[in-house]
Structures are given as structure tokens and as C-alpha cells.
Write a protein that binds this ligand. Sequence first.
Ligand SMILES: *Cc1c(COP(=O)(O)O)cnc(C)c1O
Length: 391
Amino acid sequence: MQKEKHSPQTKIVTSGRNKDWNKGVVNTPVYRASTVLFDTLDEMYHAVKSGAENKLSYGRRGTPTHFSFQEAIAELEGGFATALYPSGAAAISCSLLSFLSSGDHLLMVDSVYEPTRKFCETILKDLNIETTYYDPLIGSKIESLIRPNTKIVFLESPGSLTMEVQDVPSICNIAHRHNLLTFLDNTWASPLNCRPFEMGIDVSIQAATKYIVGHSDVMMGTATTTEALWDRLKARSYALGQCVSPDDAYLAHRGLRTLAVRMKQHEKSAIEIATWLQQRSEVDHVRHPAFESCPGHEFFKRDFSASNGLFSFVLKDVTKTQLKQFVEDMTLFKMGFSWGGYESLIIPAFNLSKIRSATSWPTSNVVIRLHIGLEDPKDLIADLTNAFLRL
Ligand SMILES: *Cc1c(COP(=O)(O)O)cnc(C)c1O
């Protein structure tokens, strides 16, 4: 059987295992390095000459610990190569900065992760790069927003908090017809559940902090791209000084190895809990991409192979005191930013209209985002039942 034919579940076990790097040990060890020593001038020049991939030359350019993980992510995402960043936010900002110049125009999905919007409204704005936000459900009508100076269309599917699923292939099709680049924040799907490059994406970004690391103990971001764009992404990331520690790269790769089995449990428990929530009288509606009621659900069915543990629901009208009682006394669902670890999390989001500008969020009711961890879903439902009783 050829390597490319293996399923993603197999690839997360085998990817990035290269004897040059791991010397036969299953996990490529942690190579701590800043300086690398050379005996000859030739050796030194060879290590740093342009196009030299995966050669030890200097710590910031990576070590075998990084190369293994980078190769694994590139293979799983289906791209040519992967750059590493110290956070998902850094992967987003630095990959955008690698391709935008002053005077360019950016099309950004309205349901984007809030810090990405902040980056556009501050750093990009100061660099004279204008951002126009678009409705996540715009599809091929995005064409009407393209200007002569538009350079990039940025997608995030499903959207943060509100979970709209985008018609990624249609948007990419239009974008490429106008010679634009397409970027996707692919964190929700992880490298397992959709094929960004087959849908026409040029740069696929992961907040590896979430499901790849999977254990809530490392911050990391990845940007994977095509052969055509790799040299530029790599050179500019290097110029921006982006690198991660070998210890973190090791932990991220170790987390990746169990992604498929964790994801199955996250998905199963989340669907059970979301189905249960849908029947609660206190719940206005549930936003879960795998549910027919989710905007863009048809694209989820077409483009994703599975869902995960992250979804939202809207509570019917509650007072601030009721909300406090709801979220503050949970025994298993704890409040915390981030998601994708093995633990369950709950986070309320108020006033979503403040972080939407191209679309209007139809309710002032509180949105609750849940991350369903690996606890027994029966215990999680009991925890939520008690929370509803406190309401
Ligand atoms: C968390 C998150 C990020 C940012 O990742 P960090 O590692 O926290 O910087 C980016 N995009 C999405 C969709 C996220 O959920």
C-alpha cells in the first residue's frame, strides 16, 4: 500500500517519522539548539543556502524535532510545507504579513476569531492595508467585494462562536479567478476533518494550541502552504523572527499522535450533549455544524468528514444574576479561554454585535460556548442539569 493512500487516522501515527531525524527512536527526541557547529566552509554554506530544507544550521531555523512535526502537519493538511509560530495568533498575523503590502485590500470573514479582527483593525490599518468584512454565507457573491487592490480572501469555517460554515470551494474559485490568495483558519477541523488544499486554499492555518497539542499545556500555530508560496512564507516568517522551542514542538507532535482517537470521543459526546440541549426549554437554539439548523450545514456535510467537541448554544433571556448562577458553580465545566484540550470548558459571550460588522447577530441573548472534553458525557449532562436547575 502506498503511503499517500493511508487514511488520515494512519497518517497521524506515521507522519514525520524519518530515521535521519529520530535515529530509529519512535518519537524524534528534543534537540535543543541555538548554535550548530561546522567543520568546513562548504558545510556551513550548504546548510544555509537558499532552498536548503530541513538542514541544521541555526536554532531559529529549526532542528530535527521541528522538522518531524512540520513534515507531519504538511502531510496531514495536504500542503507542501509548514511554518511554525509561537501561537495561533502569530501564525495568522505573520502569514498575512508575509503576503500583504501597504495599499493592499483584504477580504475578511465577519465571523472571524476576534483577535484576528483586532490585528486587521490595528496593525494592518496602520500599514495602510484596508480590510472589508464579508458575510460568512456570501458564497460566490464575494465577487462583488473584490477591488483592483484586493490581495487575500481570509476564511474561517465554521466561524468563531456563531459557527457559520462557509462555502469554501466557491469562494476559492472566485478568488483564484481574480488572482487572489486564499487563507483559511482551519483550527476547528484540525488537520483531520477537512481537505483545505483540495478546496482551493493556498494557506491553511492551525492554532495547534487547540486539538493538535490537545492537553492545554502548549501554545503553537502552524501555517501550511503550496509549493508556489512556500519560499516566500518561509523567508518572511524567518525575517519576522518566528520560531518555537523544541520542547514545544515535541509536545505538539506527541499530542498529534492521539488526535484521531480523541477527536472521535469529543465528537460523540458533543453530539449527545448538543442533542440533549436542543430539548431543554431554557435553550433558544443550538449552533453545531453537524446539525441541520446550523447556517451553512450543507457545506459541513459536503466538505467535512467529522465534527468535534466545540459548539455553542443561545440561552433564552436570563438576568445577569441567573447567568452567574448558571456558569459559576459547575463542577466539571470550568470557565477558561481556549479549547481543544481533554477537559470540558464553558464560556459565555455577550454582545456579539460588537464583533460583527458585515452581518447582524439577531439576538442580544447570551451565547454559551461549550467545549466537550473527554469526561463521561453522563457526568457532563448531570453538571448541565444542575446548572439549569440553578437558573
Ligand atoms: C484559539 C484560536 C486561535 C488563536 O490561537 P492561539 O494559539 O490562542 O493564539 C486562532 N483561531 C481560532 C479559530 C482559535 O480558536
